[in-house]
Write a protein that binds this ligand. Sequence first.
Ligand code: ZN
Length: 124
Amino acid sequence: MDIVKKLSCHCGAIELALKLPNGLEKLRKCNCSICSRRNAVVASVPLENLKIVKGHSELSRYTFNTHTAKHFFCSICGIYTHHQRRSVPTEYGFNIACLEGVNIEDYSHIGYLDGKNNHPKDIR
Ligand SMILES: [Zn+2]
C-alpha cells in the first residue's frame, strides 16, 4: 500500500505530500477559537512527513496569541490545509477533508478536544 498521500486545497494551487505509514493518527476536532470556526477534522504527522509539492507562493500563514501555532491556508480558494501545532510543535495537523481518498462522512463521529478550556499549553 502506498503510504504517501496527496493533500490539496480546493483550487489545486496547493499540493502537499504526506507520509502516513500508520494511516490517520490523532483524529480530532477542537473547540478553540480558530478550530471551532473552521470546524475541520484533523490528524497529525511529524513535521518531516509533510512536504510542500507546489504552491509555496500561494500558501498564506496566519498566527495569533502566542504565535506558536502556524496556520496555513490557500490564498486563492481560502481552504485551510494544515498547521504547525502549538501543543506539539514537532507535528503538523492537517485537514483530512483535503486528503485524497477520504470520504468525510466516514468521520462524522469524531469528537472535540477541549482546546478552549483545557489546552495542554494553557494548564498551569
Ligand atoms: Zn486553493
